[in-house]
Structures are given as C-alpha cells and as structure tokens.
Design a protein around this ligand. Structure first.
Ligand code: MRU
Length: 333
C-alpha cells in the first residue's frame, strides 16, 4: 500500500479526527468524533497513541466536552475520565492541565465581567487554546529534528524502537523527525526498526512511516538488536520518551532499557528525542515513574490468533525505564 500522504490527528469545525492506529498498516481508517468518551476509549485501545499525540487528543477531548454548552462540572468530569486513560506518558497530564488552567481562568474572569453570547465566545477561546497546544507540538517536532541533526557525523545505520513519527505526535515526530531530516540531508544509510513486542508499533507503524518517507529500512525482531550491534552494523540508536524525570532518567516503550544496555556494552551512542512536554520535574528519578500494566491477551495472542494458553500467567508492562547514565544525550526542542 502506498498513499501519498497521511495524517494522525486533526481538528476542524467542532470535530476531532484520528487515524485508527490499531488498523495500520493495512487499513487507513479515520474516526471523526465530537465525543470525548470516544477519544478516551481510543487512547486506552491505542487507536491514538504516542506520548505527544495522546496529550493533544486529551486537550481536544476537554474542548469537545464543552461543545453543547459551557459547564464546569462537565469539564471536570471529562478531565477525570481522560486523566485515567493511560498513566505513563506525562504529556497526557500536561495537555489536560494546559486546558484546565485556561478554562478555570476564563470562568473566573467571566464572573467578574459577564460576556454576551457566553457559550459561543468561551468555546472559541478554548478551541484556540487546544489548537495552540497542537501547534506548539508541531513546532517542537521541527526544533527537535534541527537540534538532533548534529548526532550524524557520517552517513549512518540507525536503530530505533517503537513509533515516534507523525503517528505519535502533532508534527513530524520526535526521534523519527530527526531520522527524517537526516535522510533528507543524505545522512541515513539504513534504519533498523525493532518490531516492538507485543503490539508491534515498530513493524506496523514505524515501518509504515519509513516507507511513506522513502527511507531505506529493515524490520527486525527486538532480540536481533544485540546481534546487529555485535556485527558493527549500528552507528547510533535513537528513540522517543514517555516521561523524563528531573535527573534525566527516562521511561519509554518496553524493550528500550535492553537496547540502552546493549548500546552501552557495544559503545554505541544512545539518544532520546522528546519535547519539553515529556519532562516531569516533579518526578525525581525512574523509581517514581508510574508504569502502565496492560492486558495478558496482548502477549497470549497475535491480534485475534491465540498463540498460547490464555490461562497461563503473564506480566505485560507497557514501558520500562532507562537510567540517565545510559543516555548519551537527550535531544529536545
Ligand atoms: O504505548 P505507546 O505506543 O503509546 O508507546 C509509545 C512510545 O513508547 C513512544 O516511544 C513514545 O511515546 C515516544 S513519542 C514520540
């Protein structure tokens, strides 16, 4: 399948649209909604995923909770629902706070000076705020790419994990945006995309995006990364992040820690690329980062195909943590 362009999330005329990432790469199914509950469920099911993208989607969810009429209680209900969708990516909470702070300040300013056409004016103000949050992320992606280009001393073979492209953000991505810009500057020889067990964000989504961008790549199983490093076939590793603690420790998709240890052993630079909305100054170190545990079915089956006994025990953390001393540099906006 080759379509000239694709999008992840967008908002216009009171509706939020997103591509259902669980259907990729075979089906580009777009959902259009003005219901925050649909957005909340899409985040839980990973139809919308990637740290910056879920923050943006949550911001629009709050906006849509006010579409019929402006109501503080409806806003707070939506806030609580969206806040409880996924625990690890701090961008979700940053997006929610960005909107909440603004909404409450609008309400208190109106108590002092009532507005004509109250519902419409407030909705428009909130809409601009959500669009601003998305626009900021688009700019962040661009700056990350520009700030990251220096890591390429020569035409390189790159390893990446999970998905960090347009599908995971409002713009061109984080780690993916760096790779894309490097490709445009003829600095990419080959990209190795970890399949990223168990939900295959690498083989389904990163491969889809690399293909769209015309970047040469191979999909590998997660356990192949070490062998490639041993053969001298990886020049650098770059991944995204879901939360960065005050001391520089990082949480990212499960499997990232193993790659960081392997890179350290093989003396290969290991980079993280993330916007400021992924930094959490309130978290001191990796030990305090909340890690999402997901359902056993994600391991016991491939899609609808059962591959092992669902009655066995499973342990399925969606993220792991990488201590700062394994990270060569964090590239940010
Ligand atoms: O569970 P996911 O697919 O939302 O996890 C996403 C990741 O771990 C990404 O690496 C991360 O969000 C980077 S964001 C560009």
């Amino acid at each position: 399948m080759k379509v000239s362009d694709y999008f992840n999330i967008r908002y216009s005329d009171g509706f939020f649209e997103f591509i259902n990432q669980t259907k990729l790469p075979f089906e580009e199914k777009i959902t259009k909604t003005d219901d925050y509950e649909v957005i909340a469920q899409a985040i839980e099911r990973l139809e919308i995923r990637g740290a910056p993208a879920i923050g943006i989607a949550a911001a629009f969810g709050l906006l849509l909770s006010q579409k019929k009429s402006i109501s503080e209680s409806a806003f707070l209900l939506a806030y609580d629902r969206l806040k409880n969708t996924r625990p690890t990516a701090v961008n979700l909470f940053i997006g929610l706070e960005y909107m909440k702070e603004y909404f409450l300040s609008l309400l208190s300013s109106i108590k002092e000076k009532p507005l004509k056409n109250f519902n419409h004016s407030l909705y428009i103000s909130l809409e601009l705020k959500a669009l601003e949050f998305m626009q900021n992320d688009i700019l962040s992606c661009k700056r990350i790419a520009e700030n990251g280009i220096d890591i390429f001393a020569k035409k390189s073979n790159v390893l990446t994990h999970c998905n960090t492209g347009k599908l995971a953000t409002g713009g061109d991505g984080t780690a993916f945006a760096v790779i894309k810009l490097a490709h445009e500057k003829n600095l990419i020889n080959h990209v190795y995309a970890d399949e990223t067990r168990p939900l295959l964000q690498g083989s389904r989504l990163t491969a889809y995006e690399l293909n769209k961008a015309g970047i040469p790549f191979s999909i590998i199983t997660d356990s192949t990364a070490g062998f490639l490093m041993q053969q001298g076939k990886i020049d650098l590793v770059i991944t995204g992040a879901d939360r960065i603690a005050a001391n520089g420790d990082v949480a990212n998709k499960i499997g990232t820690y193993s790659i960081a240890v392997l890179a350290h052993f093989h003396k290969i630079p290991f980079y993280i690329a993330a916007p400021q909305t992924t930094f959490d100054k309130n978290i001191i170190s990796l030990h305090s980062i909340p890690i999402e545990l997901r359902k056993p079915e994600e391991i016991s089956a491939f899609g609808n195909i059962q591959v092992t006994d669902p009655g066995f025990n499973y342990y399925n953390p969606a993220f792991d943590t990488i201590p700062a001393n394994l990270i060569t540099k964090i590239i940010t906006d």
